[in-house]
Design a protein around this ligand. Structure first.
Ligand SMILES: [Zn+2]
Length: 255
């Protein structure tokens, strides 16, 4: 019997003619983490508008996330000579390496100053047990070995509006706005859909966000896969017009 020679006798595995894009909808007030390969791009999308997304990233060696080597806001500010990154600029790690390049950005307003909201912040305001970005990220990072929310990094607060380092409740992002990154090395990324639902922040109501990833195989619990970047112009693509109207009514952009 002749042993087949792969290249000549066996058809190569079928591949989609266009790159695959997978989407994970991160539920309002929850977090999510996923692996990214060097060269892959992904988008973090505000599907409804005015939703802050706390973002962090760590370097990765195969299946091991290097929890000590992470994107650092201080290192990034140093390399940018300020804040925040423009398209083509990078988020840098505490090992002084660029890890994620901003490749597109429809908002261009983000925060590199404030910490993630955390359990005691809510407890001190009398709302004990409220979800927080710090615990969301720690929960999402458990599978990568994180044990406590005290291990998280300072966040890159996507879509958060802090002019002159002052915290403002009104965020500029509208439904469908996004920021796109390209990984310059293998990494693990995590997001928290900020659950701060008091004092008018996050549009006064917390909503889902979407992570759309270029290429197959690095998102868990995928909600959608397409051969193009999926657009979220006004809420989720599967929404009825009635649902869109309800959400529009909840948003008052004239605040
Ligand atoms: Zn938060």
């Amino acid at each position: 019997m002749r042993v087949p020679i792969f290249d000549q006798d066996v058809a190569p595995p079928s591949r989609p003619s266009k790159p695959l894009f997978t989407t994970k909808i991160v539920p309002a007030s929850y977090g999510y983490s996923w692996a990214v390969k060097k060269g892959q791009r992904f988008r973090v999308i505000d599907t409804h508008g005015q939703q802050v997304v706390d973002f962090m990233a760590w370097t990765r060696s195969g299946k091991k996330c290097n929890l000590h080597e992470k994107v650092s806001m201080a290192y990034t500010r140093y390399h940018l000579s300020g804040a925040t990154p423009a398209i083509g600029e990078c988020l840098w790690t505490n090992a002084d390496e660029p890890l994620l390049k901003i490749t597109q950005d429809t908002v261009k307003v983000h925060d590199m100053t404030f910490m993630s909201c955390f359990p005691e912040l809510y407890a001190k305001k009398g709302i004990k047990g409220h979800r927080s970005c710090a615990s969301n990220i720690a929960e999402a990072m458990e599978k990568w070995g994180m044990k406590s929310y005290l291990e998280i990094a300072d966040p890159f607060n996507i879509f958060q509006n802090t002019p002159y380092y002052s915290l403002k409740p009104l965020n500029p992002s509208k439904a469908g706005d996004y920021i796109e990154f390209e990984a310059l090395g293998d990494c693990v990324c995590a997001v928290s859909c900020c659950p701060y639902d008091i004092e008018g922040f996050n549009g006064g109501i917390i909503t889902d966000i979407a992570v759309v990833m270029e290429g197959d195989g690095t998102l868990d619990d995928v909600d959608n896969s397409t051969t193009e970047w999926i657009e979220y112009v006004d809420g989720r693509p599967d929404w009825s017009e009635e649902t869109r109207k309800e959400y529009r009514a909840l948003r008052d952009f004239s605040l």
